[in-house]
Design a protein around this ligand. Structure first.
Ligand SMILES: CC(C)(COP(=O)(O)OP(=O)(O)OC[C@H]1O[C@@H](n2cnc3c(N)ncnc32)[C@H](O)[C@@H]1OP(=O)(O)O)[C@@H](O)C(=O)NCCC(=O)NCCS
Length: 164
């Protein structure tokens, strides 16, 4: 039977499973490219807190109803996009980013940006494939576990005009 892919709002009680997807995918993508201190500071509990604080700005990608990915937005920003290994290469990331772009456009954004850590080549390839364009680099300051860390990121931008 063909797997059913869907994008929905988070459901009650899903904070833990979403934090687990985000935690695992974050470490997989960043462990080799950010400072060891930041890797140590990114503990599971911190992801639970962040997802709980941000549920209203989050969309969930599902296979047959089960969560396999998430996207979250801030004003004019695609803030987080994470898909579990089981969901990669299946179009879920595509559906998630298109839903996030539509949400940002509905909120009035004409253009959106995102930051992608330099060295996260699969994510960068995905964003380019989805029409996002490189617009230089920035050191993003990340506060985690009581420390502050610099992460060199590529800035990507996309025009959203015409989506709403
Ligand atoms: C980034 C992410 C959401 C993309 O979703 P995905 O399902 O993997 O995306 P796709 O498979 O559609 O596209 C990835 C592209 O990168 C290519 N790719 C795969 N591995 C690669 C690698 N090691 N280096 C460069 N490109 C790579 C793929 O070939 C594919 O392009 P194609 O469709 O033209 O072949 C997902 O990989 C993910 O969650 N990664 C871990 C977390 C993360 O990095 N999040 C983003 C933080 S900014």
């Amino acid at each position: 039977m063909t797997a059913l892919i869907s994008i929905t709002e988070p459901r009650a009680g899903e904070e833990g499973v979403l934090a687990g997807i985000w935690h695992e995918a974050w470490h997989e993508a960043h462990a080799e490219i950010v400072s060891p201190g930041l890797v140590r500071a990114r503990k599971f509990d911190a992801f639970v807190g962040r997802i709980t604080d941000n549920l209203g700005n989050t969309l969930v990608g599902r296979i047959d109803g089960a969560p396999v990915g998430l996207v979250s937005t801030k004003p004019e920003q695609l803030h987080q996009l994470f898909v579990a290994q089981a969901g990669r290469g299946k179009g879920i990331a595509r559906d998630l980013i298109l839903a996030a772009e539509e949400r940002l456009a509905e909120q009035g954004a004409r253009e959106a940006f995102l930051h992608c850590a330099v060295g996260n080549d699969r994510a960068a390839a995905f964003y380019r494939k989805m029409g996002w364009q490189d617009d230089g680099q920035i050191f993003e300051l990340i506060h985690a576990g009581g420390g502050t860390y610099q992460v060199l990121c590529t800035i990507f931008r996309k025009q959203l005009v015409g989506l709403n």
